[in-house]
Design a protein around this ligand. Structure first.
Ligand SMILES: Nc1nc(=O)c2c([nH]1)NC[C@@H]1CN(c3ccc(C(=O)N[C@@H](CCC(=O)O)C(=O)O)cc3)CN21
Ligand SMILES: O=c1ccn([C@H]2C[C@H](O)[C@@H](COP(=O)(O)O)O2)c(=O)[nH]1
Length: 279
């Protein structure tokens, strides 16, 4: 995970201090890319402990097409609590756009089913894309997350907003475009989530895994993470060897995986580093 630490150092060294929507303030760079060869191990950050359980349940929740925070809460996952309404609604965020994007004729598009079908039938296609960026359902920035949800809009605009697959020599690669990236808290989750998704889709399509390529727009460190207890503490740590992902079962479809199907072997991280989240 040296690439991740190098990117963090790059933002510290070359970033510009800049205001942002949350009012916390960031140090930010624009336009970066890191890549991981998924055949060499599972890219789970080792310089602090990552709560993989939250990552796995969040991905299964996206794949179910759910935007109901109660489903996550029932499984002990609280990462979306700050954006949900009292009833647990998050508006038409990722799960909705991935599985039931609203078409003008009133029908819905299941982008996940479609992209898997395309990977299987047309692996050379250059259109193997899933987009969560639906301008018609973006939040109104002048009001808060819950008020947006009450108006039928997304609680938060998609950060990991578009991904594309590529098949070569029997291996599946995935590239993500992330328009906005909270490098300390969000990005380790995003890397692990898309690496897991690539493994699952490769499994379903009878392919091996290639690379995960992570491309960033506004890549930032929040000002309240830029201190000796958080970012600089992590930058002093040496990355450990990567763990291996084991998928113990191949279900009928991408939508039938369960939490217990995944095991990560050999994960020996440094200790947890807590940090405040910008809302
Ligand atoms: N500012 C910000 N950063 C994000 O990364 C982010 C958002 N907002 N809003 C929407 C989602 C929610 N995500 C989150 C939210 C919380 C954690 C977090 O607190 N992580 C802790 C604890 C993990 C846990 O409880 O499972 C960590 O140490 O990683 C991570 C990602 C990612 N997204
Ligand atoms: O998966 C995610 C979701 C969110 N983030 C971060 C990126 C930003 O710090 C905030 C979103 O604020 P915007 O003003 O909408 O850009 O959340 C992330 O890193 N990963």
């Amino acid at each position: 995970m040296k690439a991740y630490l190098d990117l963090m150092q790059d933002v510290v060294d070359n970033g510009t201090d800049k205001g942002d929507r949350t009012g916390v303030g960031t140090r930010s760079v624009f336009g970066r890319q890191i890549r991981f060869d998924l055949s060499k191990g599972f890219p789970l950050v080792t310089t602090k402990k990552i709560h993989l359980k939250s990552v796995i349940y969040e991905l299964l929740w996206f794949l179910k097409g759910s935007t109901d925070n109660n489903w996550l809460q029932e499984r002990g996952v609280s990462i979306w609590d700050a954006w949900a309404t009292e009833k647990g609604d998050l508006g038409p965020i990722y799960g909705k756009q991935w599985r039931s994007w609203m078409a003008p004729n009133g029908e819905t598009v299941d982008q996940i089913t479609d992209v898997i079908e395309q990977i299987k039938s047309k692996p050379d296609s250059r259109r193997l894309i899933v987009s969560a960026w639906n301008p018609a359902e973006l939040p109104d920035e002048s009001i808060g997350p819950q008020a947006n949800v009450e108006q039928g809009r997304m609680a938060l605009a998609p950060c990991h907003c578009l991904f594309q697959f590529y098949v070569l020599d029997g291996k599946l690669s995935c590239q993500l475009y992330q328009r906005s990236a909270d490098l300390f808290l969000g990005v380790p989750f995003n890397i692990a989530s898309y690496a897991l998704l690539t493994h699952m889709i490769a499994d379903q399509c009878g392919l091996g895994v290639g690379e995960f390529i992570h491309t960033f727009g506004d890549c930032h460190l929040y000002q309240n993470h830029l201190n000796e207890d958080i970012v600089f503490k992590q930058l002093k740590r040496e990355p450990h060897k990567l763990p291996q992902l084991l998928i113990k079962r191949k279900p009928e479809s991408i939508f039938d995986y369960e939490f217990e199907d995944f095991e990560v072997e050999g994960y020996e991280p440094e200790g947890l580093i807590r940090a405040p989240i910008a809302i």
